[in-house]
Write a protein that binds this ligand. Structure first.
Ligand code: SF4
Length: 63
């Protein structure tokens, strides 16, 4: 299952990167978080879900 960061909702406080740095990365151009290329939630389990649940802006979704 793919993880998607909505850059329009993301405010960039990087909680998701702190929780799951192998799933998310920083986009220097937009100054927002983004999902690492090819990252799949199945590879990160509870850690990935915690990062999704921990986004206060609701900017992370699954597809
Ligand atoms: S926790 Fe949410 S709002 Fe904060 S950087 Fe990550 S995706 Fe953006």
């Amino acid at each position: 299952m793919r993880v998607i960061v909505d850059s329009a909702r993301c405010v960039g406080h990087a909680r998701c990167l702190a929780l799951a740095p192998d799933l998310f990365e920083w986009d220097e151009e937009t100054d927002r978080a983004r999902t690492r290329e090819g990252a799949d939630l199945a590879d990160f389990g509870d850690l990935g879900q915690s990062a999704i649940d921990g986004c206060p802006e609701g900017a992370i979704s699954l597809a």
